[in-house]
Design a protein around this ligand. Structure first.
Ligand code: ZN
Length: 201
């Protein structure tokens, strides 16, 4: 099987009280696992099965006959980033080069946070909000379902899952509270800075 579920970088209860153990067990062990299983089943025996995940996303995006492959490949990539960019005791304002770039491109951290929150809260239905490198500028965007900024030529360095499976057990209908908790308590800015450096390399 070419595509595999990555281990979580922390225990299931590590992000409590902001994301509960049950959410993490289902989200990682059931939802993410299902995307990986589906992707393996859908690509088995095709020329996509041994391609890098990002290439599978780009090659299948926008092709109606490959929509199922794209949805599962996109969701696999999106969740891999999502687990990496959270940690216990995270959130708040970043530092280093990332903060400098955020201040340069958005005016201030607060202005960035406002744009990111708005994108996450206003994504109608399932989807994601992102911070990406677009050329040499940081940009906030949102995408529906399994879509991501990769397929629009950008490099995502932070993403929040706003599918209901990501927050409904902990926050019910209160998506804004989940998004606020993510920014204030969960973002692993060191990991985001690492993503930024990889994107610039
Ligand atoms: Zn999810």
């Amino acid at each position: 099987m070419p595509f595999t579920l990555p281990e979580l970088p922390y225990p299931h209860d590590w992000l409590e009280p902001y994301i509960g153990r049950e959410t993490m067990e289902l989200h990682h062990g059931k939802h993410h696992q299902a995307y990986v299983t589906n992707l393996n089943n859908l690509t088995a025996g095709t020329d996509l099965e041994n391609k890098p995940l990002e290439e599978v996303c780009r090659l299948t995006f926008g092709d109606p006959s490959k929509a199922s492959i794209f949805n599962n490949a996109g969701q696999h990539w999106n969740h891999c980033l999502f687990w990496r960019v959270m940690k216990r005791g995270g959130g708040g304002k970043p530092g280093g080069e990332l903060l400098k770039r955020i201040e340069h491109d958005f005016g201030s951290y607060e202005a960035f946070a406002e744009q990111f929150k708005t994108a996450a809260v206003t994504q109608f239905g399932s989807g994601w909000a992102w911070l990406s490198l677009d050329g040499d500028r940081l940009k906030v965007s949102k995408t529906p379902n399994g879509e991501n900024p990769l397929v629009h030529g950008m490099r995502p360095i932070l993403g929040i899952d706003v599918w209901e499976h990501a927050y409904y057990l902990d926050y019910r209908w209160r998506r804004p509270d989940y998004v606020a908790a993510f920014l204030n308590h969960l973002v692993n800015w060191e990991a985001v800075e690492e993503e930024l450096h990889n994107a610039l390399a």
